[in-house]
Ligand binder design. Sequence first.
Ligand code: ZN
Length: 173
Amino acid sequence: MNSKMIDLSGQRFGFLTVIELHKKEKCKAGTKLYWKCKCDCGKETIVRSDGLKSGKVVSCGCYNKMLSSEKAKKMKNKWEQTRVDGAVCATLRRKTQEHSSKYKGVHFDGRQEKRPWIARITINKKTHHIGSFETEKQAYDARKEAEKVLHDPYLEKEKALKGVVCSQGGDAL
Ligand SMILES: [Zn+2]
């Protein structure tokens, strides 16, 4: 029945050393063999023959975890470089336009008859409703005021952080 059963005991695959056959499982393609392996990190794990032989499985999972945490570290660094307290300063500075107004953070809501101009500010994915106004300009002014309160702390902090980076370079002005 298992004429082609290959004993992998004692063989090494990446960080894994095969200890013994764990179980056999019959399927359409034949018999799948599962091996009990010991990982270099000390953990035991069960791996199917084809996983070992194809080189897809090289550890108990610790290797992948290590790789992904390296990746996570890099991503986190990148994230911290572009954000200050979680806010993207570049986004705050960008003067995007909403469709209904030439001013950023202002939009026209036709359902509000008396005060159709809505000002709002989005920071850290949170939208602060500033108010609704009769004119576009009023909404814009209100938004500007709100920016001072809501954006400036972030921008100031960014400036401070950049100052630190610059002084490390030794090129003090
Ligand atoms: Zn491991």
